[in-house]
Design a protein around this ligand. Structure first.
Ligand SMILES: [Fe+2]
Length: 234
């Protein structure tokens, strides 16, 4: 298995986009009526998500069609194009085995963060109150386990595992405020994730995330149910 270093993703990233984007206008049609399997460059992706977010602006509060349509678009984004997008803000604590967070797009309706995992980096189980999200593997292999709250009583939290996937580049994992809203993410050999949220985390409607420590063993006779404890992240 190929191990993916964080440095792979920084290559060409900061402030180098202008030259890369010369001549991409012809590809920008892809997100708005081009072939459904055609590659999508970064401007076309942003335009496409913007259009989908506007289309679903007065939705039911939780919309699976919204995240499924964004996931279909995101799976077509060219990884090299993502790596060329200028980083607006970066956060990385080398003392904990978490990925580096690179904010690469922010607007009132949505934001996108490029996560860079070194081998062994992981994000513990957490939820996303009020958020729709689409996680797309951009490089490496990304393990994603998704959960829903089965029981939420102080001292007796039970999570139901609804999926367990290993994503390769182009594959996605989506969530809504009431569907698969809890997940944990690991990259044993390193990797890259394009993480998109609607609305952005700084929107007043978004709640504070809860973090969970999950039992390694499922409940007796219920392999999908796991006891959990709420905890603060490391
Ligand atoms: Fe998350």
């Amino acid at each position: 298995m190929t191990r993916v270093s964080r440095r792979v993703f920084i290559r060409g990233g900061l402030g180098s986009a202008l030259g890369i984007w010369t001549g991409v206008a012809q590809v920008a049609l892809a997100a708005c009526g081009g072939r459904k399997d055609a590659p999508v460059d970064w401007p076309a992706f942003i335009a496409g998500v913007h259009k989908l977010a506007a289309k679903h602006a007065s939705p039911p509060r939780s919309s699976r069609p919204l995240v499924e349509e964004i996931a279909a678009l995101s799976s077509r984004v060219e990884p090299d194009a993502v790596r060329a997008v200028p980083v607006q803000r970066r956060s990385h604590d080398a003392d904990i085995p978490w990925p580096a967070f690179n904010w690469i797009h922010h607007e009132p309706r949505f934001e996108i963060v490029l996560l860079e995992f070194d081998p062994g980096d992981a994000i513990p189980a957490h939820n996303h109150p009020g958020l729709h999200g689409v996680l797309t593997c951009g490089a490496g292999e990304i393990e994603v386990e998704s959960f829903q709250l089965e029981r939420d009583v102080p001292g007796a939290i039970v999570l139901k595992r609804v999926s367990r996937d290993v994503l390769v580049p182009g594959q996605t994992s989506a969530l809504t405020p009431d569907w698969r809203n809890i997940h944990r993410v690991r990259a044993p050999d390193g990797g890259q994730v394009i993480d998109l949220f609607l609305p952005p985390y700084d929107d007043p409607s978004v709640g504070t995330s809860r973090w969970f420590s999950i039992s390694n063993q499922p409940e007796p006779d219920r392999p999908d149910l796991f006891r959990a404890q709420e905890q603060r992240p490391a």
